[in-house]
Design a binder for this molecule. Structure first.
Ligand SMILES: [Zn+2]
Length: 462
């Protein structure tokens, strides 16, 4: 059944005392229309999707050439593009916009003209887990699609709107500090205009113990946090042999989800992990399918290309660089933006949605493990039944490759292991990393996160 049918009965009336039929707020009506439109566009053929995308890109592209200094200069030698089909044919030849080019572009990526009904705009900076944030402008139109896709995510996964959400994520709001955090009567800015929800409780990032204690006290139905926070909390609950009794699912975002984390969460908390792939500068990129662990590209919001070393599109099963073109951001158009992530292309999904599939998001180039034999792999952190996350008694850890043969394991807030224990751990690490690297243990008080609260399990510093 179309989940919109049951959702329609929940849409809030914006006129006091008119309960039936509902008179929604204009924004709610726009969002509802969009969700209805999504329910059709997610089943279009790939050819039709692409055709619609290029109709939109045609408008965006010509606007960018005319009104955005960066593209005025970059695209100066291109011929006049007078039809979406001409743009589609030229597309593979268009230059890529790398993160460093976007950083260098500075304000030249901003449109000189503000479009009515799109602006006002606000500056958005990526959290800069690389130490190299990028800054673009988001606006009313991009926020609208963010909200619509956020609602789509709830509908795909049949979240019950009257339930309680808990969110653990970094905020500078002092009220969100432990032990109590703060509370809002609505889940989010996406749900607020359209539907009554249960409350959303919010805690800023803190220690696993504080987060777990807060969750036990709130006892929410749903949890929203990043994967590294989830791993720490889950391991903490595993040690205590405890868990919040009402928790039904967890939504994650912002970091890479290792497959082992899904297993751990299912084992310890007995609930599924639902992931989203998004970035501040482009919005939602892909949502996890409701039927499996595939990610569906949000093709109504952006065009995603996954390109190999020769800049050709990857086939299912192949790994490539994620290249994104936003469809609706006329304040700072991003055309063929190489976001820096790598991903594996998936086969068409069995769920009936035709939105293109990403099988797995792998992360950044700096997350690649360099093997002494020349191979480059994203570490799986598990092998032959051994899992890295099980080795360190729930302590926060970070693995850093220092050279082709040397790996440092930074461990926070843990009593140092004895020499015998370290040697036993080294044997397990050799199995997990499939190579006798020289493992060094560093015991430190704290492993810092980036300003936005992001965390990387593995970094290669070669
Ligand atoms: Zn699917």
């Amino acid at each position: 059944m179309n989940p919109l049918h049951s959702f329609s009965s929940l849409v809030r009336s914006a006129v006091p005392r008119i309960m039936w039929p509902t008179v929604p707020h204009p924004m709610a009506a726009q969002l509802y229309y969009q969700l209805d439109s999504f329910s059709m566009s997610e089943k279009l053929s790939i050819e039709h999707l692409r055709q619609h995308q290029f109709e939109q890109l045609f408008v965006l592209f010509n606007f960018a050439r005319q009104h955005v200094p960066y593209y005025q200069q970059k695209m100066a030698d291109l011929p006049c593009i007078n039809h979406p089909q001409v743009l589609a044919e030229l597309w593979p030849e268009l230059p890529l916009l790398t993160r460093s080019l976007l950083q260098q572009a500075g304000p030249s990526i901003f449109a000189l003209e503000a479009l009515p009904a799109h602006e006002p705009a606000e500056l958005l900076s990526s959290s800069g887990s690389t130490g190299q944030p990028v800054t673009v402008k988001g606006n009313i139109a991009t926020q609208f699609f963010w909200n619509a896709i956020s609602l789509r995510n709830h509908l795909w996964h049949q979240d019950k709107f009257d339930k309680t959400f808990a969110a653990i994520r970094f905020t500078e709001n002092k009220a969100a500090q432990p032990p109590f955090g703060t509370s809002y009567p609505h889940w989010s800015t996406a749900t607020f205009p359209i539907v009554e929800t249960g409350p959303c409780h919010h805690l800023t990032l803190c220690t696993a113990e504080e987060e777990a204690r807060w969750l036990m006290q709130i006892n929410p139905d749903y949890l929203n946090c990043n994967p590294s926070t989830l791993r720490e909390i889950t391991q903490y609950f595993a040690q205590l042999n405890q868990k919040p009794s009402r928790l039904k699912k967890v939504h994650t975002h912002s970091e890479i989800v290792e497959p082992q984390l899904r297993t751990l969460v299912q084992e310890v908390l007995g609930i599924p992990l639902i992931d989203t792939y998004s970035a501040k500068e482009v919005g939602y990129i892909a949502l996890q399918c409701s039927e499996n662990e595939n990610y569906h590209i949000q093709a109504e919001n952006l065009m995603v290309e996954i390109l190999n070393d020769k800049n050709s599109p990857c086939q299912p099963g192949e790994t490539g660089r994620v290249v994104i073109t936003t469809l609706h951001n006329f304040s700072s158009p991003l055309i063929r933006y190489e976001i820096g992530d790598y991903a594996i292309v998936g086969e068409p999904c069995s769920c009936g949605r035709t939105l293109p599939v990403i099988k797995q998001i792998l992360g950044r180039k700096r997350n690649i493990l360099k093997m002494p034999d020349g191979r480059q792999v994203w570490p799986a952190f598990a092998n032959n039944g051994l899992r890295l996350m099980d080795l360190f008694a729930g302590a926060q850890f970070q693995v850093i490759q220092k050279s082709l043969n040397e790996i440092h394991i930074n461990l926070a807030l843990i009593k140092p292991f004895s020499d015998v224990e370290e040697n036993s751990l080294r044997e397990k690490l050799i199995t997990i990393f499939s190579h006798p690297f020289d493992f060094t243990f560093n015991y430190i008080s704290h492993i810092p996160r980036s300003a936005g609260g992001k965390f990387e399990d593995f970094k290669c510093e070669i």
